[in-house]
Design a binder for this molecule. Structure first.
Ligand code: CP3
Length: 345
């Protein structure tokens, strides 16, 4: 068995040049994705079709030789698999029927999650089989949204930029909010364990909106549930590494790093990598955080930013990635130019 660079880095050992993958690498910047998406008819059809979902998961691996293959799915498939109605508003984003009280919560069916999400686990098995078949060095990364971020969408029923109603609710009805976070914590454990059983080699927790919280709320709704998920996974599968991505957490990244038990920490675009390197344990892998906009723009700006990130991370366990998802207008040639630069060391 050949060593997979991402797994080596997540074990705490630096690899140089660093392994690389990109958040949202399977998506609308790729013409082959758009073709498969059109064939599927809708985003949800694509996610729940194991053959096509495995195909789009592998597309960026084939085209770019990415070191990570992120499962093609979505963080909102957990509420969907528990019975919350989910649909994509074309050109706008996800919509869910909002859940704001105990009755709404009681109508969810967490016991049916595994059966409903079976096509997603089937995608994981297919991707893993294809990578093994090719004797690939690419690591298959499964994922879930973190309880707080998924709760934001479940309560408001749509995306947003500040989730004021959710954050108010967490103060005004902490009993309800704690119950929601508890349901999501248990569901995420179940969902991630099923991905491991299907062949995922590493896991990632996306907490896109954690940075909206005050420090006390961050500890309660982000750190505690994340640590609980990590503990449960470690019990069932001690060797599986987990990457946490508490987006816009700022200096709370230090507490997140020391208290959640992660093997890797994703840095968002706004994080100073030198600050992160100084404030999380040296054996903990850092991942990130090139600005997706500079990748879209390319040229000398891209080269300057990429070199500066590489020099900040040199010598420590590091996975090159973006600070958030790749923009759909990103030219393919910019991605290939970046990969050449990163791999040139
Ligand atoms: O390549 C990958 O990274 C794997 C697949 C993946 C998707 N979503 C596919 C997707 C992953 C890991 C996600 C995570 C996700 N989904 C997050 C966390 C990361 C982040 O971006 O902060 C969040 C908040 C969501 C919720 C979500 N799903 C939104 C807000 C949207 C609409 C925005 C958009 O880009 O259209 C989605 C839809 C979605 N998820 C698309 C993709 C490729 C676009 C759907 C399409 O093809 O029309």
């Amino acid at each position: 068995m050949i060593a997979k660079p991402i797994l080596t880095v997540l074990s705490g050992q630096p690899v140089w040049p660093p392994p690389v993958w990109m958040m949202r690498q399977a998506g609308r910047h790729l013409p082959e994705y758009k073709a498969t998406r059109a064939e599927a008819g809708s985003f949800l059809n694509l996610v729940t079709n194991p053959e096509l979902a495995a195909e789009v998961t592998l597309q960026p691996v084939r085209r770019y030789g990415m070191d990570g293959a992120i499962l093609f799915s979505d963080i909102l498939m957990v509420p969907w698999a528990m019975g919350q109605k989910l649909w994509m508003e074309e050109g706008e984003g996800p919509r869910l029927t909002p859940i704001t009280d105990m009755a709404g919560l009681a109508a969810l069916r967490p016991g049916e999650l595994r059966a409903a999400a079976a096509p997603i686990f089937e995608t994981v098995s297919r991707v893993r089989a294809a990578l093994d078949e090719a004797n690939s060095k690419t690591t298959l990364i499964g994922f879930a949204g973190s309880p707080f971020t998924v709760a934001c969408y479940m309560v408001e029923g749509r995306g947003g930029s500040d989730f004021v109603r959710v954050r108010q609710l967490a103060y005004s009805d902490p009993q309800f909010f704690a119950r929601l976070i508890r349901v999501l914590t248990d569901a995420s454990i179940d969902y991630l364990l099923a991905q491991l059983e299907a062949g995922a080699e590493a896991l990632m927790l996306f907490d896109s909106w954690s940075g909206l919280l005050s420090p006390s709320q961050f500890r309660r709704w982000v750190i505690d549930p994340t640590a609980a998920i990590r503990r449960a996974l470690a019990q069932a599968a001690p060797h599986i590494p987990v990457i946490g991505f508490p987006r816009l957490a700022g200096p709370m990244l230090a507490d997140y790093g020391s208290r959640t038990g992660m093997q890797g920490i994703g840095m968002d675009t706004a994080m100073d990598p030198r600050w992160a390197a100084a404030n999380v344990a040296p054996e903990m892998a850092l991942q990130g955080n090139l600005d997706p906009l500079v990748l879209m723009i390319g040229g000398i700006a891209l080269e300057t930013e990429a070199r500066s990130l590489l020099s900040a991370m040199r010598g420590r366990p590091f996975i090159f990635n973006l600070g958030h998802g790749i923009e759909k207008e990103t030219p393919i040639e910019h991605v290939t130019a970046l990969l050449r630069l990163v791999r040139g060391g």
